[in-house]
Design a protein. Structure first.
Length: 531
């Protein structure tokens, strides 16, 4: 289907990819993995033609149609959804009209109806190869959304579902998906897994969703964050992880054997040199001094052997572990109250559309309460109401005045929405915490942010790097009540595990919106499910 040949790319003077190469054939589902900031999204943008490579080529077979789902979908603002997702609304509205005409034609014979049906079918077939998405719309459980609806009125999950529909509506032969399960509810994730397994073309998926990659991936392409190169592993994510663990174990075994041999040689050299020096210092007898000199030459020979081993191709450098997550713990600010939050009979609405009625629950100190529900049911709107950014249409939300709130937003560009995106991470952190510049550098290094990233404007960081910066701000500020909206979105696997470790030690209260089943099973004391 297509071939990637030795792609090189620099961003902001920093090398990202150096010789990335792989091949995608029909029915392949290729998972792209690697730590945040290693170039996964950059590679996908190059494949989609949205970003030119500095060197190398991407060769598609003639006639291939490419559909691209970007990672960030939060920039639509007031633009109508039909402008952002044109194929979806052509396919849906024309498909609905086709169904209506077919039902009428079954009951009455009319040349006018047949002509209109033919015109609608022709429109559907010629509009960017669109297909009828009405059945998929129902499968996704999407509410009725008009073409002129502003994107800002939709939830992150609804935007992701529309973007997925846009990707499949054009009947592509190549699918490029960047973190497609971010914001998706369980129904959306189930559909995506089934579609990828049944897809007849080639799909490339950037994802840290282990369950998705295990269910669908036929191979894994890993980007090495240090070298910028790629390596392909056959099989799903579990097979890849097993092979990586086997290689690391073998590399350590070879390194330890090499170190043992080098220690033995060094001891032998030291003993020979020590004996030779003792003889030379204790006697002037020619015979014994001659033997000592001969022994010293043996030490020189062993040293030369040691140097050859160090310079040889078989020499094994000490294995380095890849950057692992981050190091930090959420600290509860003060002792806090026994009850942090009370929600009583609350009603929520957006743009005149009622989302919830009679919603009631509470959160006590030390409790971890998870909010579940389908996309668009008002989960994020509830958080905004708790924060005082959205007015409830009924009921009452009571926050204990002694409780300090820490908020992690869901949107794809959280930093841009809350601060000047031209600021560096160090400058952002110093806005929320009284730190010196040096202390801020040291603190952010704990979140696996290197010197280059700390001097890079926030707008140019990867989504995962921005997410880690948001977590760093929460850790630095201290909170008695955490409001976390899809906290694991955009985080690589080590960072997800590090986040869970940090969250496990938090003794304050937490209200969490998530569809991460592993997180729910491990942490939830109670689940509030919105209908």
């Amino acid at each position: 289907m297509f071939r990637v040949n030795a792609i090189h790319k620099e961003l902001g003077g920093r090398p990202i990819l150096r010789g990335a190469s792989f091949v995608a054939n029909r029915r392949d589902v290729i998972g792209i993995v690697g730590p945040n900031g290693c170039g996964k999204s950059t590679l996908l943008r190059i494949l989609a033609g949205a970003l030119p490579p500095d060197a190398g080529t991407v060769q598609f077979q003639p006639g291939n149609r490419v559909a691209y789902l970007p990672q960030g979908l939060g920039g639509g603002g007031a633009r109508p959804v039909s402008e952002l997702f044109p194929s979806v609304f052509v396919g849906r509205d024309t498909g609905v009209r086709l169904h209506e005409l077919a039902e009428r034609m079954a009951n009455e014979a009319s040349p006018e109806l047949e002509a209109e049906y033919d015109r609608a079918l022709q429109t559907l077939q010629t509009a960017s190869h669109s297909i009828d998405v009405a059945p998929l719309w129902r499968t996704f459980g999407l509410r009725e959304v008009g073409p002129s609806t502003p994107a800002s009125e939709l939830s992150g999950g609804e935007l992701t579902k529309l973007a997925l529909l846009e990707a499949v509506a054009s009947a592509p032969s190549v699918l490029l998906l960047d973190e497609p399960t971010n914001h998706l509810d369980l129904a959306g994730i189930t559909w995506l897994e089934r579609h990828l397994r049944e897809f007849q073309g080639a799909a490339v998926v950037v994802s840290h969703d282990r369950a998705l990659l295990d269910a669908c991936a036929t191979s894994i392409v890993e980007i090495d964050p240090r070298a910028g190169t790629t390596e392909t592993f056959t099989g799903d994510y579990s097979a890849y992880a097993g092979e990586k663990a086997r290689r690391e174990e073998e590399l350590w075994r070879r390194y330890e054997l090499q170190q043992r041999d080098e220690r033995r040689l060094k001891r032998a050299i030291s003993a020979i040199e020590s004996r030779s020096r003792n003889i030379e210092n204790k006697t002037i007898h020619f015979y014994f001094r001659k033997r000592a000199a001969k022994s010293a030459r043996r030490a020189v020979t062993l040293k030369a052997r040691l140097e050859r081993q160090h310079e040889g191709k078989a020499h094994v450098e000490r294995p380095e572990k890849a950057p692992q997550g981050f190091y930090g713990s959420f600290q509860a600010a003060g002792s806090g109250a026994s009850r942090s939050l009370t929600v009583e009979g609350v009603g929520l609405a957006v743009a005149g559309r009622t989302l919830q009625r009679g919603l009631s629950f509470h959160v006590d100190r030390g409790e971890r309460v998870v909010i579940l529900g389908p996309n668009g049911c008002g989960k994020t709107t509830l958080f905004r109401a708790i924060l005082g950014e959205h007015e409830a249409i009924a009921g009452r939300i009571t926050l204990n005045p002694s409780v300090k709130i820490g908020y992690l937003a869901q949107q794809d560009d959280p930093m841009v929405s809350t601060t000047d995106s031209s600021l560096t991470p160090v400058e952002v952190l110093r806005l929320v915490s009284a730190m010196s510049e040096g202390d801020a550098y040291n603190f952010l290094h704990r979140f696996v942010m290197g010197h280059d990233q700390l001097q890079t404007p926030v707008a140019r960081l990867s989504y995962g790097e921005r997410r880690r910066l948001d977590l760093a701000r929460l850790v630095a500020a201290g909170s008695a009540l955490l409001l976390l909206d899809e906290p694991t979105n955009h985080l690589d696997l080590p960072s997800r595990e590090a986040f869970e470790t940090a969250f496990d030690s938090f003794d304050g209260a937490a209200l969490v919106i998530t569809h991460d089943r592993y997180f729910i099973d491990r942490f939830a004391d109670r689940v509030v499910e919105l209908q």
